[in-house]
Design a protein around this ligand. Structure first.
Ligand code: GLN
Ligand code: ZN
Length: 763
């Protein structure tokens, strides 16, 4: 009999109960015991749901108090030395300290989980003496069994993935770290085995990236150690997000199951199956239901694919599962009452994916006749979306084809534009600016709510937004910033705001997914061809500019970020979607310029996370991403200054592409990664304007002037002071007003000192 499983379930709760509990606890409004109790209830309710739907192998231990990578580090007692910790179970205060920073110590770096928009906390190994502080998967397994009679499938992150995602050790030390962790992992597995666990899911998504022969040897060592430590336990070596590299080696590892992504890695994995077959002694975890996309699966095609797969694996050795954890999709369609029926009918969130998995399993076990009615319904639903008039607009397709057939370029190179822009603005050395948003206070959120509910008229709401702009223009002048922003008070979110004003987008009411920690995002759904309808940002920007003689930067979200932070249709290529967005945004850029705005920032924080995991596909992605950015920004006058912004990811391997975007100024995050990016500029000279974030905005802590001074000094050792800008890491919308003003004052103070120092040196 084929079984069904998923790799993980979203932890945030159908109504974001999880987020609310975390935030209440952090705010001191929830006692620790009550907090644990609330999270337990949420956790168990997810297991009940899966059981009720009929999932056979239910994951346990996929739940988290913040992030699963941080959990793994905490389980091994890996706590950065700047936090007070003397071994044993990591207290909640330390756990959250690592994630969020404390008054005394900065948070650990956070970075994107493979090519998703989920961020994990990067474990810092330096100085750590790993020990097993608690067997988290065992605790989760026992809880499910005792409370619900569910014999779950514990989930853990495998050692190679965990170590490769960690930092704080030298390249040559990886093997020592494996040596140190192996006994701890072995103990976990032994204890699970003694408890009667049948399957354990060991996540090794790193196996979809290129590994060298040493890594293969490491894997052999790791998994043979596990096999020896817990011979009765069945290990599902789980991969996801792409096809497995080194498939021929991986299938020889001494594990009982191999989990493959048969959605995002379908063609690569099938090629490997064709070449190497599938070992007769193993179970295939067939990741056939998309764990990341929100579209209903074409069940008939999926059945055909499973049939194809059964050429290599007999059905009794199949587990039908999601392609990855369902962490990356919203919880349920149940509360979506406002979506157009043809769209809603074509969607599947986590709960609907459970149903799809159970149906496919039934279809395989009992034959497709057993699910005939559901197959027919599925066909009807999918073709209804196909016929919706917004889906295909020939006018847009023609225009986009025309503009994207030429290479978009500004009319002069940066060296010339820079002079024109300097003449126009006459900015001081080391100009200061911010990234766009200012604190979205409770008042701002309340005003928006009242307006959306219709309790406030448009004009009342607009008046309120103008007051916010007034306040912050005044504050920015008082702080002494050189280039101002309007503050983005009218925006809930940098993607949703634009999506709501463009054609081809739809919005869910409750389609939240976790981004990092308690922060959730509600990605728009791109289901049709994208249309510019009317200017989206001109009114507020123009208003802000009318209130000051200093330049106000216009503020847009770029095409790649809008695309990567949306759920996108899968019937046309991402490249085409990006160009459609670029064409729409170009019309906004032109409208801003026409309204007299001479600096325009087009944010692209999400370029990196869309980078294909396969090296051989990266250049092409970067090429069309850069092109989309240039399509958006290259029609402006040479004296118009184009800015861009990127944050919270690894940039060092894409600096050439960043330069290729040809933005006059880029602001880029560096402070949370403690300036590591700066090293990349030692060998590559960056020739355009650049501001490296001088403080981390994810922490409520007000950084000292000296901290920023040292960031500036470090950067200016490798970057040209004449092209350097000073700014925080990212937008300030999650911060409080007071800490923001304080921090920016410190930033301006650090800048003034730096100007004195570097003015002399450049003369
Ligand atoms: N302009 C946006 C802001 O300031 C940029 C946010 C981001 O990079 N994520 O909020
Ligand atoms: Zn940012």
């Amino acid at each position: 009999m084929v079984k069904s499983s998923i790799l993980g379930y979203p932890r945030i709760g159908a109504q974001r109960e999880w987020k609310k509990a975390l935030e209440a606890y952090w705010a001191g409004k929830l006692e620790e015991a009550a907090f644990h109790e609330q999270l337990r209830e949420i956790r168990l309710s997810h297991l009940i749901k899966q059981k009720e739907q009929g999932i056979d192998l239910i994951p346990v231990g996929d739940f988290s108090y913040y992030d699963q990578v941080l959990d793994t580090a905490a389980m091994f007692g890996i706590v950065p030395q700047r936090f007070t910790y003397d071994g044993g179970t990591v207290p909640l205060s330390v756990y959250y300290g690592i994630a969020r920073g404390t008054k005394e110590a900065t948070a650990s770096e956070m970075t994107k989980w493979f090519n998703t928009n989920y961020h994990y906390i990067v474990p810092e190994l330096d100085g750590a003496a790993p020990a097993l502080t608690e067997n988290k998967p065992l605790i989760a397994y026992k809880e499910a069994k005792e409370a619900l009679g569910i014999e779950g499938k514990p989930v853990i992150i495998g050692p190679l993935t965990f170590l490769k995602l960690s930092k704080g050790y030298k390249e040559g030390e990886l093997d020592q770290w494996i040596e140190q962790l192996l006994p701890l992992y072995s103990q976990i597995l032994q204890e699970l085995s003694n408890e009667g666990v049948e399957w354990v899911q060991v996540d090794e998504p790193i196996l979809v990236t290129k590994l060298d022969s040493q890594d293969i040897q490491r894997l052999q060592k790791i998994y043979s150690t596990f096999a020896a430590a817990a011979p009765k336990l069945r290990i599902m070596l789980q991969t996801y997000f792409e096809s497995v590299e080194n498939y021929g080696d991986i299938i020889q590892l001494p594990v009982q199951g191999i989990g493959l992504d048969l959605v995002h890695g379908y063609s690569g994995n099938v090629k490997s199956l064709e070449k190497y077959g599938f070992p007769q002694d193993k179970v295939l975890g067939a990741g056939i239901i998309d764990g990341r996309g929100i579209w209903k699966a074409a069940l008939r095609d999926k059945l055909a694919q499973l049939q194809e797969i059964s050429k290599w694996v007999s059905e009794d050795r199949l587990i039908i599962q999601s392609s990855c954890s369902l962490l990356h999709v919203p919880v349920s369609l149940a509360s979506e009452i406002a979506l157009a029926p043809e769209l809603k009918g074509a969607l599947a969130f986590a709960d609907e994916k459970l149903i799809e998995l159970v149906l496919l399993t039934k279809g395989i076990n009992q034959g497709s006749e057993a699910i005939q009615a559901e197959l027919d319904d599925c066909d009807v639903a999918l073709s209804a979306l196909e016929q919706s008039p917004d889906r295909k607009r020939n006018d847009i397709r023609e225009q986009v084809a025309a503009i994207s057939s030429v290479n978009p370029e500004r009319s002069q190179p940066f060296s010339k534009r820079h002079l024109l822009q300097q003449d126009k603005w006459n900015l001081p050395l080391l100009p200061t600016t911010t990234i766009g948003s200012f604190p979205q206070s409770a008042d701002v959120r309340k005003a928006r709510r009242l307006w959306r509910k219709g309790e406030w008229s448009d004009s009342k709401y607009e008046g309120f937004i103008e007051e916010q702009i007034d306040t912050w223009i005044h504050l920015q002048e008082e702080i002494g910033l050189d280039v101002l922003v309007h503050g983005e008070f009218e925006r809930t979110d940098m993607v949703e705001f634009f999506g709501e004003k463009l054609g081809g987008f739809a919005f869910t009411q409750n389609g939240w997914v976790q981004s990092y920690g308690s922060r959730c995002v509600k990605p728009p759904v791109i289901f049709g061809d994208i249309r510019f309808e009317e200017p989206m940002t001109v009114k507020e920007t123009k208003y802000a500019q009318s209130k000051t003689s200093r330049p106000v930067k216009g503020m847009l979200t770029g095409p790649i970020t809008i695309m990567n932070w949306s759920f996108v249709r899968d019937d046309i290529s991402r490249e085409q979607i990006a160009y459609q967005l670029a064409y729409a945004l170009r019309q906004e850029v032109e409208a801003l310029e026409l309204a007299g705005i001479g600096m325009i920032q087009v944010d692209e924080p999400a370029v990196r996370e869309g980078l294909p995991l396969k090296e051989e596909e990266q250049a092409e992605y970067l090429a069309w991403s850069v092109k989309a950015f240039r399509l958006t920004t290259s029609t402006v006058k040479d004296s118009t200054q184009i800015h861009t912004h990127m944050c919270y990811c690894e940039f060092h391997d894409m600096i050439d592409s960043i330069e290729d975007m040809d933005a006059d100024v880029i602001s880029i995050e560096t402070s949370r990664s403690h300036g590591e990016l700066i090293h990349s500029f030692e060998d590559n000279t960056y020739k355009l304007g650049i501001g490296l974030g001088v403080y981390d905005i994810h922490s409520p802590r007000v950084p000292k002037v000296e901290e920023m001074t040292s960031m500036i000094d470090r950067a200016l050792r490798v970057l040209d002071p004449k092209l350097f800008w000073i700014n925080p890491d990212c937008g300030l919308k999650t911060r409080g007003t007071e800490e923001t003003v304080q921090s920016l004052k410190h930033m301006v103070e650090a800048t003034k000192a730096a100007r004195e120092k570097y003015e002399v040196s450049i003369k």
